[in-house]
Design a protein around this ligand. Sequence first.
Ligand code: ADP
Ligand code: ZN
Ligand code: ZN
Length: 747
Amino acid sequence: MSKQYYADIIIDISHENLDKTYQYAIPEEIVNDAAIGALVIVPFGKGNRSINGYIVGLSEVPKISRELIKPIIRVVTEAPMIESHLIYLAYWMKETFGGTMNDSLKAVIPVKKAVKIKEQRMLQLAIDQDQAKQLYYEYQKKNNKARVRLLEALMKESILDYDIVINKLNISRSTLQGLEKQGVTKTISEQIYRNPIKNHFEQSGAVSLNEEQEIIVQDFLQEYEAGIRGTYLVHGITGSGKTEVYMEIIARVLTMDRQVIMLIPEIALTYQTVQRFYKRFGDRVSILNSKMSQGERYDQSLRAKNGDIDIIIGPRSALFTPFQKLGLIIIDEEHENSYKSETVPKYHAVEVARKRAELTNASVLLGSATPLLESFQKAQTGEIKYYSLKKRAKEAEPPRVWIVDLREELKKKNKSIFSIKLKELIADRLSKNEQIMLFLNRRGYAGFVSCRSCGYVVTCPHCDVSLTSHNDGTLTCHYCGYSEVQPANCPKCGSKYIAAFGTGTQKVEELIKKEFPDARVLRMDTDTTKNKGGHEEILTSFSQHKADILVGTQMIVKGHDFPKVTLVGIIAADLSLYCGDFRASERTFQLLCQAAGRAGRDVLPGEVVIQTYHPEHYSIVTAAQGDYEAFYKQEILYRTLMQYPPIAHILLLLITSKEEEQAANAADILGNATKLYLDKNDLQAQMIGPAPAAISKANDIYRRVIYVKHKDYTTLIDIKNYIEGYYSYSQQFNGCNLQFDFDPMIS
Ligand code: ADP
Ligand code: ZN
Ligand code: ZN
C-alpha cells in the first residue's frame, strides 16, 4: 500500500468558520493535483454536502483517528489557479503576521462582492445579410421608416451601441423590443473596463543603457532565462537609472509571456512615472492608486485576470493583482514606510512579494538608494543577489553638504532656529532667484528632551532609545515602561537649557517670513494638504516657481523633481534621530540622503545644510558623505549589541481599549501568560513591558504594548499562535482588542 497523505483545508471563503482548518485524506488518484493552494470539493458537515475548500497544508500525519478522516472528493483542476494562489497567500499572511483569515482576505481580495461593472449594451442582427436585405425591402414597402433606418445602419456597421440607436437613430424602445422578439435583432452586453490612463501617449523606445546598467540587465536575464528565480537588490542613488533597468528587464519578461507587478510608493505615482511606462509599454500597462474608485480598482483586477494588461503599477495593494502568469515583482524604493501595512495583518510588502513569487515561480527585484537594513544584510549573506549603480545616469554633480553644529550657534549668541550658515545661503539663493526647500524631519508625536548647550539626550538605560516626555513632567520609555522625572539641569553639563525639543512647520514658516519678509513661502504638511489634491497643488505651484521657499515635513522630499532647487536646509536632524524607535538612525540616514538628493538635480549645483546638536553622529556623517556601507557597518553593530532586528526579531502585542484600566489589566494578564509560556517551553526569549505605547492614547483609545524578542522569527510565530489562542478562548478580554506586529515600526 502506498503512503497516505492528508491535506489541511480551509473551507469556502463565504463560510463563517474561516479560521479553522479541517483535515481530509488525499485519495491516491489525485495525489499529483492536490497541491497547496488547490481548489477541492470536500464533504462537509452532518449531511456531507459537497463544498469548496482550499488546501493550505499537507502532511503524512493524521490529526485524529484515521477512520474518521473523510477523503477529498476531487480537485477542481479546471478552475483558474489564481484565486487558489491568492487564498493560500492570505492564509500564509494570517499565519505569519497574525489576525483572522477574514482580515487577510480583505487585504488580498479587497473588493469581495463585485462592484457593478459598467456595461455597454450593443445591438446586432440575429439574421444573415440576405435575410436582412429582404426584410429591408419589406419595411420599405410598408413605409416603416424607423425599421428601415435601423436595418440600414446594422447592415453597414454590424454592431451598434444601444444608446446610439435610441438617441441618434431615434428608434423607440418598443420598436427594438419588437424586433428582438421577432428574432431580427439581438442585444448583447459587453463589459467595458474603465481604463485609468485616459491620455494617449506617443510610444517611444528604450534609451541605450550604460555599462553599469547593462551588466545588471544581462546578469538578471541570463538567470531568468535559465529558469533561475530569486530575489535581487538594485542599490543605486536616485537618478542612477534604476527605472531604465526595470523597464529593460520588464520588456524581456513580457516576451517570455509572463506578467509584471511594479510597486512604487503612492507619492511617487506621479504623472511623469506613469507616462514613462506608458510610453514604453502602451496600453499593456495599468495603474492602481488610492484616488481611484472601488469600481475602477476592481476593473483593473479584472483586466489583469483576463490578461488584458501585463503590467500593473501601484502601491502596496497592487501586490495582489490577480495575474495568472506572474513572472516578476519589482519593488522600487523598497525602504519606504508605506510598504508596511498599518492594519492587520501588518505585513511587509517585501516579504509577501517573496512568498507570492515563490508560489508562482517568479522573481523579485528590489530597488533603493538606501536599502532596508534587512535587505542589505541578506545581500551580504548571499540570500539576495546584490547589484549596484554607482553613477548618476545624467551627469550631475553630487551636492555639497554642510553639517552645522547647533551648539556653536548658542555660543555665537544666535538664538534663531536658522544657523548663520543657512541664513547666508538662503539670502544668496533668493538673490539669484533660485529655490529653497526647508525640511523638518519630524515624526509627529515623540517629544524627546535634550540639552541645547551640549546636545545631551535623555535615553532609556535599558533600551538605548530616547525617552518620550509627557505633560506630567515625566519621561518614559515606550519599549519597557521605564520612567523618570524630567531633570531641571542637564545631567552631563549642568546647563539649564534642557527641555523638550519641538518645532513645527508652522513655526518655521512664521520665522522664515520674519527673517526674509520679501520671500514667497509655501508650507506643506498634514494641515495644508488635508483637502484632496492639496498635496499636488502645492507641489505644482512650487515647481512653477510661484514661491521661493517650500517648508515641509518628509512629504516634500519625495516624488517630484524641482530643477531650480539648489538649497535644502534640514532644520533639526535630531528630530528623527531621537524619536524613541530602534530604527531612528536608519530612518534619519534615509531621510537625509533623500533630502540631499533634492538639491541640484539639474544643471545648477546644489548645497545642503544639516543642522544638528550631534554633528558627530554616524547617521549624519555617513549621510553627508552619501556612504551607505559606512552607515550599515555602524548600524548593524548597534543592532547586534542591542539585539534589535534584523539580528533578532521583535513581536509586538498592541492591546487597546476605551477604558484605561481594561487595557492595563489585559496587558498584565497577557504579559503573565506570555511569561509563563516562555518559561514552560524554555524559550530563550526576552519579554519587555507591558508599558504604555509611544502614543499611549489615540482617538480616546488607550494603548499598551508588550514586546517579545527572539533571534528566530519562527519561534515568535509560535509565541504569537499561543497568545492568539489564549486570547480568543478567554473571557477576560471583553472590550479589548489585540493586534500583532512583527519587527514593528514605532507604535
Ligand atoms: P532612478 O530610477 O534610479 O531614479 P532613472 O531611471 O529615473 O533613475 O534615470 C534618471 C534619469 O536619467 C532619467 O531621466 C532617465 O531617462 C535618464 N537615464 C537613465 N539611464 C540612462 C541612459 N542609459 N542613457 C540616457 N539617459 C538615461
Ligand atoms: Zn548639557
Ligand atoms: Zn526602555
